[in-house]
Design a protein around this ligand. Sequence first.
Ligand SMILES: Cc1cc2nc3c(=O)[nH]c(=O)nc-3n(C[C@H](O)[C@H](O)[C@H](O)COP(=O)(O)O)c2cc1C
Length: 160
Amino acid sequence: MALNLNILVGTQTGVAQLVAQEIELRLDGEGMNIRTLLMDDIDTSVFGNGGVFLICTSTYGQGDVPDGAKPFYEELLKKRPDLVAVRYGLIGLGDKGTHAKTFCFGAKKFDSVLTELGAVRIGEPLFNDSGTDLPEDEAAEWIVGWIELCRKEFGVEAST
Ligand SMILES: Cc1cc2nc3c(=O)[nH]c(=O)nc-3n(C[C@H](O)[C@H](O)[C@H](O)COP(=O)(O)O)c2cc1C
């Protein structure tokens, strides 16, 4: 049985999108169905009847989600859909050197609201500090362990 993964990308200048592409490349041949969507283009109906989601978002302004991700984030706060059937992982992109007080707050905001709505996070988040680690490289390494956790959670064997 293939694992279906939905990657939801929040980005201001495209780095989070590159990270998602790198993850797709890293997982190529692992017997997974991956769908990557920009938060700019979705609403809360994306969660449907649940499933496995990877939130991959940067932080802008003063600890805000990226501009294009705001309507999606605000709809979650307002509509408060029941997300008990949602399992998710979290990748936050930020810069600790220049934004220490709001480091990765965009991703942390999604983490809070998803948990409040009943979704269950799988594993620890990856919070990338672009000042020290290249986001694409760190994410491509991190995803391997995260996918293992997902396979254990759902009892899905790797196909390779
Ligand atoms: C104007 C501006 C504001 C930012 N604010 C924050 C912030 O509050 N916290 C943080 O951790 N990173 C902050 N960052 C860093 C970005 O989140 C980081 O560079 C990220 O890799 C950009 O990814 P993106 O291209 O996907 O948006 C900010 C960057 C800019 C240019």
